[in-house]
Design a protein around this ligand. Sequence first.
Ligand code: SF4
Ligand code: SF4
Length: 407
Amino acid sequence: MPEWSVIDNSFDKCLKCNACTVICPVSGVSLDFGGPKHLGPEYKRLTDNQITVNEPSIELCTLCGTCDRSCPEGVHVSLLTAYGKAVHAEKSGTTLRDLTLSRAELVGKLASAFAPVTNKVMKIKPARKLMEWTMHIPAERQFPEYKYNHFKKKYKKKEATTERKVAFFSGCYTTYNAPHVGEAFIKVMEYNGIEVALPEQKCCGVPMFANGQMKQGLKNASSNTNSLLLYVNEGYDIVTTCSSCASSLKKDYPAFLQTEEAVKVSKNIYGSEEYLRKLYEEGELNMSLASLDEKAGYFSPCHMKGQGVGTPAIDVLELIPDYKVEDMDAGCCGQCGTFGFKKEKYPLSMRIGNGMRQTIAESTKDYIVTECGMCKNQLNQLAVEKVKHPIEIIKKSYESVLEKDRL
Ligand code: SF4
Ligand code: SF4
C-alpha cells in the first residue's frame, strides 16, 4: 500500500463524453496515450479495485490541467491522472533522470551555486551528448540559464509593515533562473506602496506530481501550506509570478491535502497580474503608467488557463497607454515542465508545440509575453528570442514615468 492516499470521488460523475480527450494536447498528437477519460476517472476506478493494474502510458500525461476545463461534470481529471502517475511510479519505480527532474529546487540550488560553469557546460555538445547517453536528456533541448546571484540570495525580507502587504511565493524558476522577474514584482509593488515579504518556502511540488513523486509533493505542499498560513492569518495576500505555482497552490493543495488550512491558503493566492487587476478593480492601482508604443503577443500557459481567472496579464497590460497586446490563442507550448526534458518525449513535445510555433511565426509582434518560465524555454527553443514576463512591462511603464519626472 502506498504511504499516501488521494480521496477524490469525482470520478463517479464521469459521463464518458470524451470532451476531455478532445481538448487534451497529448491526445491530439499521439495515439499511444490512453487519454484523460481513460487515465483519469477510469484508471482511478480500476487501480482502486485491481491492485495489479498498471498503465505505462500515464507517463505521457503532462499534468497541464487542460482536461479539467472541459469537463461538464466537474470531474477533477488532472488530479486523477496525477494519482494515476503516482500509482504507476509506485509499481514500476522511477528512473534517476525523472527523480532528478522532479527535484527542481535541489537542481536549482546546485546549478546556481556553480552557475558560470553549469551554464557553459550545458552548451557544450560533447557534454550534452554524454548527458543524453547517461541521463536520457536530449542533447538538442535548451536549458534556461541559472543565476549565481539568485533571488533568495538578494531578497530576504521576512515581514511587511504597510497596510496592504504581500507575501511573495517566488517559485524555483524565478528564484534560480529569472531573479529579475521577482525584482520587477517587488518594484511594481513598491510603486503601489505595498511592502513584500518572502516567506519560507519549498518547490510548489508541480515537478514532483508530474513525475509520480506524490509522497514528496505532499510533503512540500504541507510545508508550504503551514508557512503561508502564518502570513494569511496576519492579513497578507499571497502572490506569485509563476502560473504553475499559482495553479498548484490554488487547485492541487486543497484537493490533495483535503485540509481546512490548504483551503484557506488557496483562497488567498493570486498571480502577479491577477493581483494588479484586483488592485485596479478596488481603485487602488497606481495609474501613473507611462505610454509604451510596443506590440506584444500574449501566450497563455495551460496552468494559467486552468485557473479560470481569464487573462489578467492582458487586462493589466491594456491599462498602459498606447500599448498593444493580443492573445495569440496558440494552444499548449509542449514544454510542459519536465516533460520536454525527456528524450523519449522530446519529439512529442515538439509536435505539441508546432501549432504555437506556426502562430507566432506568422505574427508581427515586437515580442511575446507569458507568465510561465517553462513556456518561455520552449518559445526560445522554437527560435522566439524575445519573451518577457508581463510584470517586466508594467515595471518599465512605471519607471518611464519616474524618468520623465526627473527630466
Ligand atoms: S493533464 Fe493535460 S496531458 Fe494530462 S490528460 Fe489532462 S489534458 Fe491531457
Ligand atoms: S469530460 Fe468529464 S465527464 Fe466527459 S469523459 Fe472527461 S472526465 Fe468524463
